[in-house]
Ligand binder design. Structure first.
Ligand code: NAD
Length: 349
């Protein structure tokens, strides 16, 4: 029988081995399937906007959810100025637990996994909203998330051409170098305006703790799908308000997105569609080829639940975990103190 006191732990090193064994495109495809399956049973989940602790430098957040059988939470930070000090903007780890016992079943790194789940979710949603046959994506912001977004859109949404722009050309060159060999036709652009030229999908994935205007209204033509990733905190947005007024807006969980997403710029009663309703077929996504669709992504706990569920399901096949002695295991459940005394004796002997 499995020893419930030992908790499988997927370190960063093991996560990388797992991704490389499965193959990143396959990993993203399968992960997108898990997210889509969980979005289809959205109503079964216990949902809450994430608990955020803001500071001048950034935010630290806890993201919990449960489907009644399994519980998950993620710890994640967002600190845009970190990269100046050689640190990442986003880092994360997460836990999956058994609701029946409350015992943790998995502890995992989630910095890489968050980039994968964000990209898989974006591309899966673009499959539902982007114009049919879209082949070109502009990507503004070429930092840590960017390659994951590019590969997910290639593997899941059929993107073949990528137009990149970042205010820091070093970031764009890093992105081009990392994506060499994936078969994408990549163009480095001189401005955001230049990047969106001819693109059917626009991804904004910049990091700045302010109301930024990465896209202005005149840059967004009819029929485009916008995948807005970087505006995910109060006071941190990427799109000019006029774009929001022309677009049909799709969100994860409105109580969270109204506070954190692009729509924080709009009144609380501005109509938005919950994306799970498009995925289940209860409502339509794209209705015509002139429509501007906007996925106002902030990242929701169910996506992390799906990602942890996916990783957990791979461990029996691929290994790549170690067992952590994380839970106390007294000989009889109520003799926790006795366990300490026995440990003292065994240290003395
Ligand atoms: P990063 O700091 O590694 O990269 C951000 C890039 O944006 C940098 O290269 C920077 O030079 C560039 N940039 C900043 N301002 C710009 C501008 N005006 N025009 C063009 N480029 C600009 O950050 P990251 O880890 O890639 O994350 C990017 C954003 O995505 C962050 O804001 C993060 O909070 C957000 N994010 C959202 C989700 C989600 O689920 N929605 C998940 C993960 C990260």
């Amino acid at each position: 029988m499995k020893n419930l006191n030992l908790v499988p732990f997927v370190s960063v090193d093991n996560m990388m081995k797992l991704i490389l064994d499965i193959g990143i495109e396959q990993f993203l495809l399968e992960l997108a399937g898990y997210v889509e399956d969980d979005f289809k049973r959205w109503e079964q989940f216990d949902k809450t906007a994430r608990v955020a602790s803001h500071s001048d430098e950034g935010v630290i957040e806890l993201m919990p959810t449960s489907d009644g059988k399994t519980y998950a939470f993620k710890y994640v930070n967002g600190h845009p100025s970190n990269t100046k000090h050689g640190l990442q903007t986003v880092t994360a780890f997460g836990v999956l637990s058994d609701v029946a016992t409350g015992y943790p079943a998995l502890l995992s790194e989630m910095t890489i996994l968050t980039a994968l789940r964000t990209a898989a979710t974006s591309a899966m949603i673009a499959k539902h909203l982007a114009p049919k046959g879209a082949q070109t994506m502009a990507m503004i912001g070429n930092g840590a998330q960017s390659e994951f977004q590019a590969i997910a859109f290639m593997a899941i949404a059929g993107i073949k051409k990528l137009r990149l722009f970042d205010i820091d050309p070093v970031a764009t060159q890093k992105c081009i170098k990392n994506l060499a060999g994936f078969g994408l036709e990549i163009t480095a652009c001189t401005s955001a305006q230049d990047a969106v030229e001819g693109a059917e999908i626009i991804t904004t994935v910049t990091a700045d703790k302010q109301y930024a205007t990465i896209l202005t209204d005149n840059m967004v033509g009819a029929g485009v799908h916008i995948n807005a990733i970087g505006g995910d905190c109060p006071g941190k947005t990427e799109l000019h308000r006029d774009i929001l007024l022309r677009a049909d807006i799709f969100v994860e969980y409105p109580p969270q997105t109204r506070v954190e997403g692009e729509i924080q710029q709009l009144p609380d009663d501005h109509p938005v569609t919950e994306i799970w309703q498009v995925i289940t077929g209860q409502t339509t996504g794209r209705t015509n080829d002139k429509q501007i669709t906007l996925f106002d992504s902030v990242g929701f706990a169910i996506e992390d639940f799906s990602a942890l569920r996916y990783v957990n399901d791979q461990l029996s096949t691929y290994g790549h975990f170690e067992n952590l002695d994380m839970l106390a295991d007294p000989d009889t459940p109520r003799d926790l103190f006795g366990m300490l005394l026995r440990a003292e004796l065994s240290v003395k002997n």
